[in-house]
Design a protein around this ligand. Structure first.
Ligand code: URA
Length: 284
């Protein structure tokens, strides 16, 4: 099966997709002995000999999925220029180069998915087709039914109106409320900003579901590999996103064709009107 050259390099774990593209453009990659600088080049990893700086790529490691229960006060990236604790510190036994699918705030906790499959991660993070994510939140004060309605129908934030959310009251409290909120987008600090907008700031936030995955009883700060069933569910979700995006591209192409046809029709109509008008002038 033919695959894009940058994917083959990235899948081998040698470099990220972007770095692989740089290596290709810099002329450091050969396929069957010939330098390839074209980013669109496809190769068959089973047959073609791909080398970077004269060295064969290592065989691609198996697709890996890890679920982590991120604690508070840890950054959700694999490194931090500020020297704070990162999620990489919590994955001592994971020897495959994985990276997080999305982020959680420094003071948020809960479910994070990590994978070594960059393409799958991109599909799951697509801004228009975000995976549903459920958060257990503690908010200041008691939410009135109209606030819940507003959260569910959409809240105007400084980067636009949020899409519909699903909100469930959980547990009883006297001064604060515990809620479960499911959102279908992935904007920065989205849940906190939504609750700020209805004047009930978030005091605690824990992600408990990510698409088909549930955090369950995984202790804070611990990780586990996904079961085969969970990994298959994530692959299935990514396939659905891919189809949705391809459908979207086809619809865009259809719209562009229709627009070109309308413009051509308008041009032809204008020019035939001009021809008629000038022949009328000649004959009078
Ligand atoms: N929404 C937030 O505001 N913070 C998070 O960490 C996740 C979602």
């Amino acid at each position: 099966m033919e695959v894009r050259l940058q994917k083959v390099i990235a899948d081998s774990g040698l470099a990220s997709r972007r770095k692989a593209e740089e290596l290709i453009v810099q002329g450091r990659v050969t396929v069957n002995g010939a330098v390839v600088c074209e980013l669109g080049t496809k190769v068959d990893p089973g047959k073609d000999h791909v080398k970077v700086d004269g060295r064969h790529l290592k065989p691609a490691p198996p697709q890996t999925f890890v679920m982590l229960n991120k604690p508070k006060n840890v950054v959700s990236t694999m490194s931090d220029p500020g020297g704070r604790g990162t999620i990489a510190d919590l994955l001592p036994g994971v020897h495959v180069r994985v990276f997080p699918v999305g982020r959680l705030d420094f003071d948020s906790e809960g479910l994070m998915l990590l994978t070594n499959d960059g393409e799958l991660a991109q599909l799951l993070l697509h801004p228009r087709h975000h995976v549903p994510k459920t958060y257990l939140i503690k908010v200041k004060g008691m939410l009135a039914p109209e606030h819940i309605d507003a959260l569910e129908t959409g809240i105007m934030l400084d980067d636009g109106r949020t899409g519909p959310a699903v909100v469930k009251k959980v547990g009883k409290a006297t001064e604060n409320s515990w809620l479960e909120i499911t959102i279908f987008e992935g904007r920065k600090h989205q849940v906190k900003r939504m609750l700020d907008a209805v004047n009930h700031p978030v005091l605690k936030l824990k992600r408990v579901r990510f698409g088909p995955l549930a955090l369950g009883e995984l202790p804070t700060g611990q990780y586990r590999y996904l079961t085969d069933r969970e990994a298959n569910a994530m692959r299935e979700l990514a396939r659905e996103r891919q189809d949705a995006q391809a459908g979207g591209m086809q619809a865009m192409a259809r719209q562009a064709r229709a627009k070109r046809a309308r413009a051509k029709w308008a041009r032809n109509t204008r020019s035939s009107r001009r021809t008629k008008a000038s022949s009328k002038r000649v004959s009078t």
